[in-house]
Design a protein around this ligand. Structure first.
Ligand SMILES: *[C@@H]1O[C@H](CO)[C@@H](O)[C@H](O)[C@H]1NC(C)=O
Length: 345
C-alpha cells in the first residue's frame, strides 16, 4: 500500500523539524535558568544560606557533578548570590538560635523556593512559629518531606547473595547489649526502658552521659562487639529514625533493639527482620528474656542478618541528597507554602 501524505502528517513533520532546529539554539528562559541545548535539562542553582553547625563543604568546581555525578546543578553558599538561586536551603538550628536570619527584607524572586532543613524531631526543633508562611519545601527524614532526607537507606543489592549468615556477624561478640547515650535525661521514655532492662540483662553504656565518649574511630568497633544495640530515640515522633539505627547498629553489625515510632514506620524503611522493636513485647522484662534466649540460640540470632544477603545500608549526607534532588526540581508542584511548620511535624 502506498503511503499518502495527509495534511495532519505534513503539519506534524513541520512541527518536528521546527522543534529540532529550535532546540539547537542556546536558550535562556524567562526565569533566567540556563537551558542546556543538547539535553533540554535546566541548570538549577541551590544556595545553602548557612551550613548546619558550621560544617561547610568546599564547593569549588562543579561540586554536584564532581562529587555525586549530578550535572546541571550548581550549589553555592555565598549569601550575596541570593537573587540567582532557584532554591535556598535554611537549616533550622541556626535560625531558632538567632545566629542566622531569613532574608525577609530582600526581594524574593517569584519562583525561588525556600527550603526548611532539619534532621531533628519536633521536640528538638524549638519554636518554629515565627517561620510560618515563609517556606515552600521541607527537607527532613519525614516520609512526606518535599526533599526526603533520611539518616540512611537500605539499598537492594544487584542480586541476592548466598554467603553463610555467619559471615555477616562480627566476630568477638563479648557483650550482650550496649547503649551509647550523650543526652541523658530521666524524663526520656527511653531512660525508663533502660532502667528496667538493665535489671534483666547486662547493658554496657557508653557516651558523654557516662563520661565514656566514643570517637569516630572507636564507635563502630566497640558496638560491633555487642550482640544487641539499643537504638533508642530521644523522642518518639513520626518517622524519626536516626543514625542510632542506621549507623550505630546496622553499620557495626549489632542487632538493633529499637524504640521510636511504630514498627510499621520502621518497616517502611527497613527490613522487618533486621531489628527488634521494644513494642513487640508487653513488658520490658519479656524483652530482656527474649534477648537472652536469642543470644544463646546462634541460628536464630543469625536470622537477624538474613537481610544482608539482599540489602546494603547507605548513610547519605543531606548535601548529596540536595544535589540528587536537582533534576526533580522542574517536576515539583509549581506552588506550595508551609503556613504552619508545627502541624507539618
Ligand atoms: C514560596 O513561598 C512564598 C511565601 O513565603 C510564596 O509567596 C511563593 O509564592 C512561594 N513560591 C512557590 C514557587 O511556591
Amino acid at each position: 500500500m502506498k503511503y499518502r501524505w495527509t495534511l495532519p502528517t505534513f503539519i506534524l513533520v513541520c512541527l518536528s523539524l521546527g522543534y529540532l532546529l529550535f532546540q539547537g539554539l542556546p536558550l535562556l528562559d524567562s526565569d533566567q535558568t540556563i537551558t542546556n541545548a543538547e539535553t533540554g535539562t535546566k541548570t538549577h542553582k541551590i544556595l545553602v544560606w548557612h551550613w548546619p553547625f558550621g560544617n561547610s563543604f568546599n564547593l569549588d568546581g562543579d561540586f554536584c557533578k564532581d562529587k555525586f555525578g549530578v550535572p546541571n546543578c550548581i550549589m553555592m553558599d555565598n549569601q550575596f548570590r541570593l537573587s540567582e538561586a532557584d532554591i535556598v536551603i535554611f537549616h533550622n538550628r541556626e535560625l531558632i538560635q538567632g545566629q542566622q536570619r531569613l532574608p525577609v527584607n530582600q526581594k524574593r524572586p517569584e519562583k525561588q523556593r525556600w527550603v526548611w532543613l532539619t534532621m531533628e524531631s519536633p521536640a528538638n526543633n524549638g519554636d518554629v512559629k515565627p517561620f510560618a508562611g515563609y517556606f515552600n519545601w521541607t527537607m527532613t527524614y519525614h516520609q512526606d518531606a518535599d526533599i526526603y532526607s533520611p539518616y540512611g537507606f537500605m539499598v537492594p543489592k544487584e542480586s541476592e547473595t548466598h554467603e553463610p549468615l555467619e559471615s555477616f556477624i562480627p566476630k568477638d561478640k563479648t557483650d550482650l547489649a550496649c547503649w551509647v547515650v550523650s543526652n541523658f535525661s530521666p524524663h526520656h521514655k527511653r531512660t525508663t526502658i533502660y532502667e528496667k532492662l538493665k535489671t534483666v540483662i547486662p547493658i554496657k553504656v557508653y557516651g558523654g552521659a557516662v563520661n565514656k565518649r566514643l570517637d569516630d574511630q572507636t564507635l563502630l568497633p566497640t558496638i560491633s562487639r555487642c550482640s544487641f544495640y539499643l537504638a533508642f530515640e530521644n523522642s518518639v515522633s513520626r518517622d524519626y529514625i536516626s543514625e542510632k539505627l542506621w549507623r550505630n547498629a546496622y553499620m557495626s553489625g549489632a542487632v538493633p533493639v529499637v524504640f521510636g515510632p511504630t514498627r510499621e514506620e520502621y518497616e517502611a524503611v527497613a527490613e522487618k527482620d533486621s531489628f527488634i522493636h521494644v513494642n513487640d513485647f508487653d513488658t520490658v522484662e519479656e524483652l530482656g528474656e527474649f534477648l537472652k534466649t536469642l543470644a544463646a540460640d546462634r541460628e536464630r540470632y543469625a536470622s537477624y542478618f538474613n537481610w544482608r544477603r539482599k540489602y546494603t545500608v547507605e548513610i547519605t549526607h543531606w548535601v548529596e541528597l540536595a544535589c540528587k534532588f536537582c533534576p526533580k526540581i522542574s517536576s515539583m508542584p509549581p506552588h506550595k507554602v508551609y503556613e504552619n511548620l508545627d502541624t507539618w511535624q
